[in-house]
Design a binder for this molecule. Structure first.
Ligand code: EPU
Length: 354
């Protein structure tokens, strides 16, 4: 087991924030993770699983032992009359995996093309885009318990997926309450390292086209029945047009979740701001476009130090070069305050602040 010390993490987070891991271990297999957990020196220390760092804000050097997930591999596990079940190692790049599935003829992940990050990080925040969420295609995942080293498998219900949410974002109850046998279904933040994820891609494939931007592409290109590859290309084009490429401009995708309000709250806001972008949900509540709220408060293109609000999408905070995590969070708090003062809504950040 090789423990690297004082490892620069700037290239390991998509906001490109300068920070160091005091200790970092690259894990390429279940056994590598288990070796860390079993180590008398490292096993007892707090640990942080790091994938592509696409949903993290580093606000200083990282004291927990960083487990850099480099578990690779992708394969067809099973084909039934109802679905292809495909599996990928947690360290695989998400977009490369989506591209590979389509090349193999396993359609179904195309709406989630070009989302930055790794396969292992995808279930943590139940990534989603253009009318599809990871949970719609999820089959199961394997993980290692970072306290006991035991391997376990979780199915969808045990992951408690919600909008940009899962069991992996919630802290575990105190150790006295939790035992090995009860690990499944409880808060697993910091407790589980995801090693492999399996997806169930339904047969026959059906396009998911409800989202306005995709519908626009369909009409523009005069396409009656798009293929999965066409939708993949449309999603890539839409994302490239309005979202910054993290390889060029540091960012962590949408920085806040789209908030949900009651119909009464929404009616109240509409009375004051008739143009507010909102969507009625099947449960009777209303989702508001956080990007619109931030935009309406005049934040587009503004900066705090070297952290800024992206010119083409106000929901995306960017590193204009040399931003610290502190600057990003100061900007995020200033945005929260002005949105709260104008609309009475407290925006909730999407990324994990470390
Ligand atoms: N809008 C503005 N001004 C802005 C930004 C947005 O008026 O500065 C308006 C847009 O015109 C649009 C509405 O707000 O009418 C929604 O914008 P958009 O279609 O870009 O989607 P979003 O709600 O901002 C969500 C996800 C994205 C995902 C897209 C497409 C969240 C927090 N974000 O963004 O996910 O790609 O929908 O499905 O749910 C991510 O999570 O990192 C992410 C990029």
């Amino acid at each position: 087991m090789l423990v690297e010390k004082n490892v620069p993490l700037q290239a390991c987070n998509t906001l490109h924030i300068v920070a160091k891991a005091h200790f970092l271990v690259r894990v390429a297999s279940d056994a590598d993770v288990q070796a860390v957990v079993a180590s008398p020196e490292w096993g007892i220390k707090p640990k942080l699983a790091l994938g592509g760092g696409s949903n993290m804000v580093f606000t200083g050097d990282i004291k927990p032992v960083v487990l850099k997930v480099e578990i690779m591999g992708r394969r067809l596990v099973q084909e039934t009359s109802k679905a292809f079940v495909v599996e990928a190692g947690a360290g695989e790049n998400w977009h490369d995996f989506v591209t590979w599935t389509l090349q193999q003829g396993f359609d179904g992940l195309e709406n989630m093309a070009l989302i930055p990050g790794t396969v292992g990080a995808a279930p943590v925040q139940n990534i989603g885009a253009y009318g599809l969420e990871l949970q719609d295609r999820f089959e199961s995942l394997d993980a290692v318990d970072l306290q006991t080293g035991k391997l376990f498998t979780l199915h969808a219900a045990q992951c408690a997926f919600g909008y940009r949410d899962s069991v992996f974002k919630h802290a575990a109850p105190t150790p006295s309450v939790q035992s090995d046998s009860t690990i499944q279904g409880l808060g697993l933040a910091g407790r589980a390292l995801i090693t492999r994820v399996r997806f169930s891609l339904p047969k026959p494939w059906k396009p998911v086209l409800g989202y306005a931007d995709l519908e626009r592409k369909r009409v523009e290109t005069n396409t009656e029945q798009p293929t999965a590859l066409q939708i993949y290309q449309w999603v890539c084009d839409i994302r490239r047009a309005k979202l910054p490429d993290p390889a060029v401009i540091g960012n962590a995708g949408s920085f806040f979740k789209n908030p949900t309000v009651t119909q009464e709250q929404c009616a109240d806001i509409i009375a004051r701001d008739p143009k507010i972008v909102h969507y009625h949900l099947s449960n009777g509540s209303v989702k508001l476009a956080a990007g619109w709220l931030i935009d309406a408060c005049g934040w587009k293109g503004k900066s705090v130090g070297n952290a800024g609000v992206y010119e083409k999408q106000a929901l995306v905070l960017v590193n204009r070069g040399g931003a610290t995590g502190g600057e990003v969070m100061t900007l995020a708090r200033a945005i929260q305050t002005s949105v709260y003062e104008r609309f009475g809504i407290m925006l909730e950040p999407e990324p994990v602040v470390v």
